[in-house]
Design a protein around this ligand. Structure first.
Ligand SMILES: Nc1ncnc2c1ncn2[C@@H]1O[C@H](COP(=O)(O)OP(=O)(O)O)[C@@H](O)[C@H]1O
Ligand SMILES: [Mg+2]
Length: 283
């Protein structure tokens, strides 16, 4: 891929967001006063097929809200989402049900997201059962296959996720997310809270799975040095808006927006990323 490329120009977009707006009304603590938060303001984003797009920005900038809308868990107040060339109709529940398996999310705190009353294998089996895709012995066999694929021993299938380490729980969450054969995976701070060695292992797993399962990723992270290693494209959010978007090399080596420059300077990665981009030829 040419180093000057942006998602729009070279690869077809799997997901497109057009002018997304989302407003929350919050109550001030110990008061009846309400105030509004514009979590998303006219957000446009294209996520290139088969690529890893990173979404970065400070806490509260709207990243998880955008993830929930793109993951069709939340309905934007205004704007459009397009998936595989079709406009998502939030009013059509049948269409949403058909779409949901294709879009999966993995969050930071899998301990909270994984039901501790279920065994590891049951956690993977649940979505398959709900969708009626597998049953009986085939269901358990599929769970074992998925566990192996994410580097977990199927022997651990009967154990509670609470007995797993943080990295193993993220592997389990990834296996569950893969069960329904999605095309788009949203990783909302999925690597945060893990030690550096585990982070690297999970990241390598995700990159292998991206190839073997033809996945498109949206990786949300506040860790710019991590993003600088793996992203094809980078979008920067600030106060509910995408303030900059481009190839990793463009954003890291020639940031345009003051906020992007601030973010990069704060972790001191500009020079390092620029060197990496030069050595590795960008993407
Ligand atoms: N369900 C909600 N109800 C009220 N306010 C919310 C809700 N979700 C997010 N917000 C607010 O929207 C803003 C953006 O939040 P979020 O999307 O979680 O940002 P980020 O993921 O970048 O930290 C924040 O000010 C947050 O407090
Ligand atoms: Mg968040």
């Amino acid at each position: 891929m040419g180093t000057e490329a942006v998602g729009r120009a070279i690869k077809p977009a799997l997901v497109k967001a057009r002018a997304l707006c989302k407003r929350y009304v919050q109550r001030a603590p110990f008061s009846r006063k309400k105030f509004v938060i514009d979590a998303l303001m006219d957000v446009d984003l294209e996520i290139a097929l088969g690529c890893l797009t990173a979404l970065v920005g400070e806490s509260g900038s709207g990243k998880s809200t955008l993830a929930s809308c793109l993951g069709i868990l939340e309905k934007p107040d205004r704007g459009e989402i397009w998936f595989e060339g079709s406009k998502v109709s939030f009013a059509n529940s049948r269409e949403l049900t058909a779409l949901r398996p294709k879009i999966q999310m993995v969050f930071q705190d899998s301990a909270g997201a994984l039901n501790p009353r279920f065994s590891a294998a049951q956690i993977i089996e649940e979505p398959l059962e709900i969708q009626g895709r597998e049953s009986g012995a085939r269901l358990r066999a599929r769970a074992c296959e998925l566990m192996e694929e994410v580097g977990l021993s199927p022997d651990a299938g009967n154990r509670s996720p609470l007995e797993f380490s943080g990295g193993q729980r993220q592997r389990l969450a990834i296996a569950r997310a893969l069960a329904l054969k999605p095309t788009f995976l949203i990783l909302d701070e999925s690597l945060s809270g893990l030690d550096l060695a585990t982070q690297a292992q999970i990241l390598n797993l995700l990159l292998d799975l991206q190839t073997s399962h033809s996945l498109t990723y949206l990786l949300i992270s506040h860790d710019l040095s991590l993003v600088g290693q793996v992203a094809d494209f980078v979008a920067v959010m600030h106060h509910g808006k995408i303030v900059e978007c481009g190839s990793r090399q463009q954003v890291f080596s020639a940031p345009q927006h003051a906020h992007t420059k601030e973010l990069l300077a704060s972790v001191g990665v500009v020079e390092a990323a620029f060197r990496t981009a030069q050595v590795g030829g960008g993407q």
